[in-house]
Design a protein around this ligand. Structure first.
Ligand code: NAP
Length: 250
């Protein structure tokens, strides 16, 4: 088993694949009792066999059910120490091929689902005066991008929700982390054109960076630095110049 961590129990949503599966494994290896949530039960069961997590079938797109399920889990397990709202979906939004269903799903999962997941744990954590709340935003939540209006907006929401929430809950002993990954290999990015993802990271590498950031109790963690730095630079550009640059990546 790896070095000790400050959490005994954790909930990770979107744990059936990609970053969520990696994070659930990373935590379980360190002795954390992990509740691994997602819709695809067979994948969660295979993760349970591999890493000893507890599978939890949950569709986070229903906010009311998600809030109730997380509240119940928090009460039943004696208190969640760490909640990672990781479940997310992403698709391009092109105005000429607009698909409302796809935009609605991004809002339901990335906004409603993530918020309900985190909110379900807040009352219990406030009472216990401890707990770590984590949302997986994206570097795409920090810069407007062509063909990604809905995805960028949902990820901006996650970041702003967490950054504002931190002001309210940190004085009560809670920790809040907003994570902004760049491109990481996963089912989500497998549909992107090869070569269109600068500084693409292996899943395991990204998971290790995220795990270490959580141990450092970082408020905001953006990576890799090359892409995060470029986004900082882009945001400092005059808007017309930035718009001209972004048109070229359309
Ligand atoms: N990969 C990247 O480059 C990257 C970059 C920045 C941010 N992110 C964010 O990182 C997070 C994880 O993404 P990933 O890259 O690891 O992609 P992924 O492999 O596609 O994983 C997405 C996970 O979300 C779950 N999910 C989707 N819809 C759900 C729903 N309605 N209810 C419950 N769970 C649902 C999926 O599980 P089920 O299908 O089993 O429900 C899956 O486990 C997402 O929030 C994504 O936006 C990824």
């Amino acid at each position: 088993m790896s070095a000790a961590v400050p959490w005994k129990t954790a909930l990770v949503t979107g744990a059936s694949s990609g970053l969520g599966r990696g994070l659930a494994t990373w935590l379980a290896k360190r002795g954390v009792k992990v509740y691994a949530a997602g819709r695809r039960l067979e994948l969660l069961e295979s993760l349970a066999a591999e890493a000893g997590v507890v599978p939890l079938q949950l569709d986070v797109s229903d906010g009311d059910k998600t809030f109730a399920a997380v509240s119940k889990l928090d009460a039943d397990c004696g208190g969640l120490d760490l909640v990672i709202a990781n479940a997310g979906v992403g698709e391009e939004t092109r105005p000429r091929k607009l698909r409302w269903g796809s935009i609605k799903q991004m809002i339901d999962v990335n906004v409603t689902g993530a918020t309900a997941t985190l909110c379900g744990a807040i009352p219990g954590m406030m009472e216990r005066k401890r707990g770590h709340l984590v949302g997986i935003s994206s570097l795409a939540g920090l810069l407007p991008l062509p063909a990604n209006s809905a995805y960028c907006a949902t990820k901006s929401f996650v970041a702003m929700f967490l950054n504002s929430l931190r002001l309210d809950v940190e004085p009560h002993g809670l920790v809040v982390t907003s994570i902004h990954p760049g491109f990481v290999k996963s089912e989500l990015t497998a549909k992107n054109k090869p070569g269109s993802m600068p500084f693409l990271l292996e899943t395991e590498d990204a998971v290790e960076r995220m795990g270490q950031a959580l141990l450092r109790r970082e408020a905001v963690f953006s990576f890799p630095w090359q892409l995060s730095g470029a986004i900082g630079f882009a945001n400092a550009m005059p808007r017309p110049l930035l718009a001209a640059v972004l048109k070229k990546v359309r």
